[in-house]
Design a protein around this ligand. Structure first.
Ligand SMILES: Cc1ncc(COP(=O)(O)O)c(C=O)c1O
Length: 455
């Protein structure tokens, strides 16, 4: 058994990196040597069990993309808890797919910062996407500083004192109402930024009201009848583009219907603009998404409107399934019903969409319980009564103990951009499992991050 054997590498790495200062170094070394000549897999299993909860398991349930044959493999014991962990390879996979869509369909896809703004990976994203879309001054500033390229801005309303700063570096700006356009028209035109209007299609397949921009009383976008009543068949002079956003985690068939609605309600205006922004909500990187249909739908639309430059601005699709939130069990509380796992993360502070949507996040290695099975309920670390996963409990393969790791899947989009420090709970660190398999800790947060938000 050579030293390049993957399991040997795991064990040796574990011994060298173990932070337990109480184990004498000689004991560690001799154990390592004995370990190397025994059946390493069996020894590792025993160690993993006896060290349960003290060290994070070095197995592929936590680091699925670890290169098992490499000596420089990730040492997951160096992932702190809690921590958002992006897996770079998965982001590359998404970007490759998104790039192939934009190449084949002849459209331009930009990153919506509201969904994913982890700027440490912007250099990678820039290899595929020409720009970003921002929904506020600070997102625009981040885009300018860290991304560059095209910068599209849309906010439901622009504060007077921020507007000139927002325009700096912006290439496109969309207005939510005719009055906002009137107010900022001259300044936009003087700055040379391409102006557009956000339209409301009065159609959306989104079932959750909180994510439905086209509900009857929605404040987002201009309805066709409002535009026609004020401007007839001509768009206000100076307008160069139209922007709509009515999807959320939807498929290409919803986009097809969306395009039909655009043509039906706003078709007379299409010849008067240069660009059309189809917003976000196109979940093209998710399993089962009909990418070929998406390409066809976009190509057909372009054939009907060849003069239009088409933009899509997804957030979720870019970071979909690209990483996890690593958490730890701090206490295990028995109840008459499910056993509660008290975690070092919070649903309200770190995974707010779970409560807002609401939805039940996947936990690696867990499944939905069958009737009568022992179940665990995941409890957050704040004192909010509702800070627990109320959408369903989990069945785990083995009993949970204090110190065990819980891995919440798909926690890259709409998490870091939405977190709070409610209750003064520590913000999860942020790290990346690089293409090499090495883990890089890119940011940690401390007390001052909390204090500086208060006065
Ligand atoms: C105007 C606009 N554009 C783009 C997006 C990004 O959407 P998603 O992350 O669902 O792709 C949103 C999300 O709310 C949005 O409101």
């Amino acid at each position: 058994m050579g030293s390049a054997h993957p399991t040997v590498s795991i064990v040796v790495t574990w011994f060298v990196k173990t932070p337990d200062k109480n184990v004498p170094i000689l004991t560690k070394m001799s154990t390592a040597i004995i370990t190397a000549v025994l059946d390493i897999s069996v020894v590792w299993s025993i160690l993993a069990v006896t060290q349960k909860g003290r060290y994070y398991p070095l197995d592929d349930t936590l680091c699925p993309r670890m290169n098992q044959s490499s000596l420089t493999m990730t040492d997951c014991s160096h992932i702190p808890s809690p921590c958002y962990v992006l897996e770079e390879q998965k982001l590359v996979d998404n970007l490759e797919l998104i790039d192939s869509v934009q190449q084949r369909a002849g459209v331009t896809i930009i990153l919506a910062l509201k969904g994913f703004a982890m700027f440490s990976v912007f250099p990678l994203i820039k290899k595929y996407l020409v720009g970003t879309t921002a929904s506020s001054l600070w997102e625009a500033q981040l885009a300018r500083e860290e991304f560059g390229g095209e910068l599209h801005v849309y906010a439901p309303v622009y504060p007077e004192h921020e507007f000139d700063l927002i325009l700096q570096g912006a290439t496109h700006i969309s207005f939510n109402s005719l009055s906002q356009w009137q107010r900022f028209r001259e300044r936009s035109l003087a700055a040379g930024v391409s102006p557009g209007l956000r339209i409301n299609l009065e159609y959306s397949p989104v079932e959750h009201d909180i994510y439905n921009p086209a509900s009857p009383l929605s404040r987002l976008g201009i309805r066709a009848e409002v535009l026609t009543e004020k401007w007839g068949d001509r768009l206000p002079p100076g307008i160069e583009g139209l922007h709509c956003h009515n999807l959320c985690e939807n498929n290409s068939y919803a986009l097809e219907t969306t395009l039909q609605q655009i043509e039906a309600r706003f078709g007379r205006y299409l010849a008067q603009v240069h660009w059309l922004n189809l917003g976000g909500g196109h979940l093209m990187t998710s399993m089962g998404y009909d990418v070929e249909h998406l390409v066809r739908v976009l190509q057909d639309f372009k054939t009907r409107h060849p003069h239009l430059k088409i933009y899509l601005e997804p957030g979720s699709a870019i970071a979909w399934q690209t990483g996890f939130l690593r958490a730890t069990v701090l206490d295990v509380v028995k109840t008459a019903g499910p056993t509660i796992a008290m975690l070092d993360v919070s649903f309200t502070a770190h995974m707010p969409d779970c409560l807002e949507m609401p939805y039940k996040p996947k936990i690696r290695g867990a499944r939905d319980p069958q009737p009568g099975e022992p179940t665990y309920r995941m409890g957050g670390t704040t004192c909010l009564a509702g800070d627990f996963m109320g959408m369903g409990d989990y069945c785990l393969t083995k009993p949970l103990h204090i110190g065990d790791t819980i891995v919440f899947e798909d926690m890259m989009h709409y998490t870091m951009v939405k977190t709070s420090m409610f209750n003064g709970v520590p913000h999860p660190a942020i790290g990346i499992i690089r293409l090499s398999g090495d883990f890089e800790l890119v940011k940690t947060f401390g007390y001052l991050n909390y204090k500086n938000r208060l006065s």
